[in-house]
Design a protein around this ligand. Structure first.
Ligand code: ADP
Length: 218
């Protein structure tokens, strides 16, 4: 089971991927989280990635590809994986096809309006990365993570001026992947009808899309 999640920042792909991965018993690999972990540990990759991320730009392909290729070589990926936030450019997608076969690409199709609204009210746990949303996915205890009680913070790239830049970057560099995977016959669209859709509802739509895809593939 090798799946990828495409979609603009704030489309809910991370939240959906984290709920779908346990069902297939495969790791959920988010390149953004891998970078944030590297930044926290002050590794050379982290130091390189930090500036790009804070500006809302993509980290150069060679850095991301190397990091991802190492990650999916690990033992826990033997039965598959769910990639969230990779690939994000055509060269990344081409490289991925060389090293692994992908069976389905889920495209989270969400309007700019919803994305901006979501990202402006998103907070994440400083310790474990769990995502909350002050409009929908509200933490039980104010400012604290439900899972590990870590402090909740706003990501530096969720500041309003950076959000717009990330959306532009997505449109220019990542959205061509929709055609790329459509041409391969493995694209499945999941639409988000409105801002009030809960994380569980989004995850359910993704499950349904995967089930549909598997039924069609038989
Ligand atoms: P979002 O999808 O909300 O933008 P992510 O956590 O997936 O958040 O990514 C955060 C940042 O990490 C991106 O804006 C980018 O700078 C960097 N990044 C993550 N994945 C990639 C990738 N595949 N290629 C280049 N940069 C990436």
């Amino acid at each position: 089971m090798r799946k990828i999640f495409l979609g603009p920042p704030g489309s809910g792909k991370g939240t959906a991927a984290s709920r779908v991965a346990p069902r297939f018993n495969v790791p959920h690999i988010c390149t953004g989280d891998l970078f944030r972990e590297n930044i926290k540990q002050e590794t050379p990759i982290g130091m390189e990635a930090k500036g790009y991320m804070e500006r809302g730009e993509l980290v150069p392909d060679e850095i991301v590809i190397g990091m991802l290729a190492n990650r999916i070589k690990q033992e826990d990926c033997e039965d598959g994986f769910i990639l969230d936030g990779f690939p994000r450019t055509i060269p990344q997608a081409e490289k991925l096809s060389e090293i692994s076969d992908i069976d389905v690409a889920i495209n989270m199709d969400v309007s700019d309006e919803i994305v901006i609204e979501r990202l402006s009210s998103r907070v994440v746990c400083k310790e474990c990365g769990e995502i909350f949303n002050l409009r929908g996915l509200i933490p039980k205890q104010e400012g604290k993570c439900d899972k590990c009680e870590g402090d909740l913070i706003r990501r530096p790239d969720d500041e309003p001026e950076v959000i717009q830049h990330r959306l532009d970057t997505y449109k220019e560099q990542t959205s061509p992947l929709i055609e790329f995977y459509k041409d391969k016959g493995i694209l499945k669209d999941v639409t988000c009808p409105n801002i009030n859709q809960t994380a569980e509802e989004t995850a359910q739509s993704v499950w349904d899309a995967i089930d549909e895809f598997l039924a069609e593939a038989k």
